[in-house]
Every structure is written in C-alpha cells, then in structure tokens.
Design a protein around this ligand. Structure first.
Ligand code: TYM
Length: 336
C-alpha cells in the first residue's frame, strides 16, 4: 500500500488550522493508505525553551489527534524523538544538501527579513535548528518511505525540499539505495489558501492568533467574537469571501453543515445578516463539532491515560521501519 505521513510541531495547542489543513485530510487518507502520523517534538525545540511546556504540548498534540479520531491500531502514531534513527539519517542527508537550498527556505528567510526590517543583524535569534529545520523534516518523510504528505499550503515548500534532497541522495547513491520521492497533498480550502486566524492573517502558533481546538465553551465564544470584521451595516450586502469569519466557517464546516454554509453565504450576499449573527453561526458549528472531541481530549490528557502506552507501541513499529531504511543508507554511503 502507499504510505501517508504527516507531523505536527508541539509548539502550542492544536488549532483549527491544524485540524483543517492536516488532521482531517490525514485521517481520511488513513482509510486507504498505510499511515504514519507523529508529534515533531524536536522541531519544536527550535522555539520552545521551557521543558515542562514542551512536555505539555507534546502530550496535548498527541491527545488531540486521538480525540479527532486517529485509530492507533490502523495508524502508526509516535513521537519523533523516540526514533533515534531519524537523527542519524539527519546527518547523512545534511551532507548531501546544498547550503544554498537552506538559504532560500521560507521560515528561515522570514526570520531574517523580520530582523532586517527591525534594523537588527539578520541572524539575531536564528539558531542552527531553524536553519536546518527543512533537512530534519525531509528525514521524517524519507525515512518512512512516504508517498504522500497531507499538509496545509504553508508546508508545501518543505515537502518539495524533501523531494529535492531525496533526488540528491539518489543521484549519488541510487545504484545501491533510492529514496521514494514524496508529494504534498493539500486540502481544497474554498476561499483562501489557509485558514485565517483572529487577526485575519494565517492562523499560526507563531502569530499568536489561533483558535485552539479544545477551549472551554465560553472561551471559544469569546475568541470567535474577537475575529475582526468591518463596519458594514447589518442591512447591507456583504462579500463572504473577504470575511475571515466566513472563511473559517466555510473551511471548518463538516459535510453535515454544508447547507448552513450555503445558506449563510446567500444571506450575507443578500444583505440583512450582520457580522454578529455570522459569528453566532460560526460558534454553533464549531461547538457542535468540537464538543464531543473535547471530552475525549480531556480523557486522554488525564495522568495515567492510555496515551503513553499508545505512543510507546507506535514508536516500536516506527523504529522497525526506520531501521530498515537506515541500514540500507549506511551501506550505500559506506559506513557499513
Ligand atoms: P505545524 O505544526 O506548523 O502545522 C501542522 C499542520 O497544520 C497545517 N496548518 C494549517 N493549515 C491550514 N491553515 C492554517 N492556518 C494552518 N496552520 C497550520 C500545516 O500546514 C501542517 O500541515 N514543519 C511542520 C511539522 C513537521 C512535518 C514533518 C509535517 C515536521 N516534520 C513531516 C509533515 C511531514 C510544522 O511545523 O507544522
């Protein structure tokens, strides 16, 4: 069977963008593909310096996947740092990757641009983990012989880098071992590339503009109220596609709420529906979908829940796979 793999970085609580961009599409793919989904905890180390917090977010991301419906019997579900093979392959692939490729990576470039704009030295606060980030991500993907990577649009460059890096390795050592070339799969989002956040920009942990999945109901309501809207009067027609509230509704709504979305679009365009009412609709749709997940999430987060055992079993399965590939790579490059 073909292999689907994706990861989430535990640098914050899982949010609506992660669910729509990665978790839901990944769970759909798991029905037909051999699937491996994981918590990219060493990736989070580029920004999270508080060990307790990193532990918390790692558990929380794991609990979120399970609450969203991941079946650990079907899917190999693990924590990245439990797979030491990844970090050995990371060195090998670093040695076949051009520095120029890393210089052009979006996340690193964005960090430098922010420094330049602030009149600082471009490298302030840029650690080598951030610089090497795409190589480690390529390893995550390649070591599991991945065919498809369900991700949001913001991660597509990284998957292309993984394909590039695989190509470089294969060019050098292909007579002995070749990596599979992976491909990104991105969700159909309706309007907008990615799910917008509380300030209208991409919903992102690094912008601090997220709606986390498992807030208490009253907090969820409050956050929905904070999404910016313009001052168009209630009676006037509105353009649904330029409203972050509507975009979140459209991208998040499950199939069962498709007619609510269509009806809301019509009412906005016709005039007579205010932003406040639109926010009520969004809150109801969110809460209906998330409430049952929230209960499962709370169960998994309890100390002594089956979470740790599930992840330990997943790590065992993942290591078997990683080991096979790493052995071939070690022979191919000449250390074994
Ligand atoms: P991360 O943790 O930033 O995001 C996890 C997934 O959620 C998607 N996503 C979004 N999709 C739509 N709208 C948004 N606003 C939005 N925000 C986030 C992301 O595209 C991603 O799919 N580098 C990765 C983690 C990673 C990984 C991997 C992914 C490490 N190794 C190997 C795939 C394969 C990251 O930081 O994602």
């Amino acid at each position: 069977a073909k292999v689907s793999l994706t990861g989430i970085k535990p640098s914050g609580e899982v949010h609506l963008g992660n669910l729509v961009g990665a978790i839901r599409p990944a769970l759909r793919l798991a029905q037909q593909y051999d699937s491996l989904y994981f918590i990219a905890d060493y990736h989070a180390l580029t920004s999270i310096r508080d060990p307790e917090l990193l532990r918390h977010y790692s558990r929380s991301v794991a609990a979120s996947w399970l609450a969203a419906g991941l079946d650990p019997k079907r899917t190999t579900f693990y924590v990245q740092s439990d797979i030491p093979e990844i970090f050995e392959l990371n060195w090998v692939l670093s040695c076949v990757t051009g520095k120029g490729l890393m210089n052009r990576a979006h996340a690193y470039k964005a960090a430098r641009d922010r420094n330049v704009e602030a009149g600082e030295d471009p490298d302030v606060g840029v650690n080598m983990g951030l610089y090497n980030y795409p190589i480690l991500m390529a390893v995550d993907i390649l070591i599991m012989e991945t065919d498809v990577v369900p991700v949001g649009k913001d991660q597509v460059q990284h998957v292309e880098y993984a394909a590039d890096i695989a190509g470089s390795f294969n060019h050098l050592y292909g007579d002995s071992y070749s990596f599979k070339i992976p491909q990104a799969v991105i969700p159909e989002t309706g309007t907008g590339d990615v799910l917008p956040g509380l300030d209208g920009r991409k919903m992102s942990k690094s912008y601090d503009n997220t709606i986390p999945l498992f807030l208490p109901e009253n907090k969820l309501k409050k956050l929905v109220r904070r999404i910016p809207t313009d001052s168009t009067p209630v009676e006037d027609p509105k353009d649904p596609d330029s409203s972050a509230v509507f975009q979140i509704l459209e991208q998040f709504a499950p199939a069962s709420a498709a007619d609510v979305v269509a009806d809301t679009r019509k009412r906005l365009e016709a005039g007579g529906m205010g932003w406040g009412e639109l926010k009520n609709v969004l809150f109801e749709v969110l809460n209906t979908e998330l409430a049952p997940m929230r209960e499962r999430y709370d169960d998994y987060m309890r100390p002594g829940s089956e979470l740790d055992e599930v992840l330990a079993r997943g790590a065992e399965r993942a290591r078997e796979r990683a080991n096979r590939v790493l052995s071939s790579v070690r022979k191919a490059v000449g250390v074994a």
